[in-house]
Design a protein. Structure first.
Length: 338
């Protein structure tokens, strides 16, 4: 029987999890889920507390309390760290895009603010961070090109498409020893979006932009997408010379966004377990080829999953490897079979 998930995959890839604030503001006596992180994961990422809106809430006012606590937790338990995320159209503070009168800032002013932010974070944390989501969710869901102002990206609207290249160049200097990641969702599900990301990163490489990793969020379900499509996605970017990491994986027990709440039965958990097993077998193959480097789950136990109440209010999900009581689910055992 496997005693540690990360140890089991030690010859393939790092295994990580996203942590909410409870993990690094509580102790083990009051929050026993910490033990699961200690035992099973060698890589961690903040679910929310390292996003710009929390770290840089007001002009000239940084709030590093939560991110400092997160880094302290990682060092205490000897866990590698991912930083999520430097640039995102969502969860950026509103003020950063505006002048005092409420009008949008100039391109030059926003570039200056972003550069200052990236270097401020880098100076504080670069020694502890092995992987950085430099730009998050920049591919359009409409035309599969870059997300623009019509899809709420003020970074694009004000600076233009070059904001991505500039963020990576600044991040390379601010985090000289970290892998630099471009991260997005549905790349393994929507072929057109995958092609849009491929076109983007191929152009970045041709321009000498220091992107080295593509992050696949991989919020998927028990029946979709096919494993063959996941394999194709990893290999497409891997063959371009980029590393691939899975950044936010969970496997919903629901097969569509409108399905009503249902009881978590033995049969459902067995179906989920088979799905996890098939996908992790794929991950092992892609790691052996040198493409896949990290796999992170978006949460530790089901009771804290972001999928509870989303996309259907009042609907609970069970997408992770540990149930609400911290017990190993069937999926844990299928992906750690000797």
């Amino acid at each position: 029987m496997c005693n540690s998930l990360s140890n089991y995959y030690d010859n393939y890839f790092r295994v990580g999890a996203a942590l909410n604030w409870l993990f690094y503001t509580k102790d083990e006596a009051s929050f026993p889920d910490i033990q699961l992180v200690k035992d099973h994961f060698n890589l961690i990422v903040c679910e929310n507390d390292t996003k710009m809106v929390g770290v840089y809430p007001k002009p000239g006012k940084y709030n590093f309390a939560r991110s400092d606590a997160f880094i302290k937790f990682a060092r205490k338990y000897n866990k590698a760290v991912r930083w999520h995320t430097l640039v995102w159209h969502n969860q950026s503070p509103e003020w950063i895009f505006k002048n005092r009168d409420g009008s949008l800032v100039s391109k030059e002013k926003l570039e200056k603010r972003l550069k200052k932010y990236i270097f401020k974070v880098g100076r504080r944390y670069h020694k502890y961070v092995s992987s950085v989501d430099v730009v998050n969710e920049c591919i359009s869901d409409k035309n599969f090109d870059l997300r623009d102002g019509s899809e709420h990206s003020l970074w694009y609207q004000i600076i233009g498409p070059e904001y991505i290249d500039k963020a990576f160049h600044w991040a390379k200097k601010a985090f000289p020893n970290s892998s630099l990641v471009i991260n997005d969702y549905n790349l393994e599900i929507i072929p057109e979006k995958r092609e849009g990301m491929y076109k983007l990163v191929k152009g970045m490489l041709d321009r000498g932009v220091p992107v080295d990793t593509v992050g696949l969020q991989m919020h998927i379900s028990v029946d979709y997408p096919p494993v063959s499509q996941i394999e194709e996605t990893i290999e497409k970017f891997g063959q371009l010379g980029l590393n691939v990491i899975v950044t936010e994986m969970d496997v919903s027990i629901y097969k569509d966004d409108k399905e009503a709440k249902k009881e978590v039965t033995v049969e459902i958990l067995e179906e989920q377990a088979k799905r996890y097993q098939e996908i992790f077998n794929c991950f092992k193959k892609e790691a052996e080829k040198g493409y896949l480097k990290d796999v992170l789950l978006w949460g530790v136990t089901d009771n804290f999953s972001w999928k509870n109440n989303f996309p259907v209010q009042g609907r609970t999900d069970a997408p992770l490897l540990f149930d609400g009581q911290g017990h190993k689910k069937p999926a844990f055992y299928t992906i750690t079979k000797e």
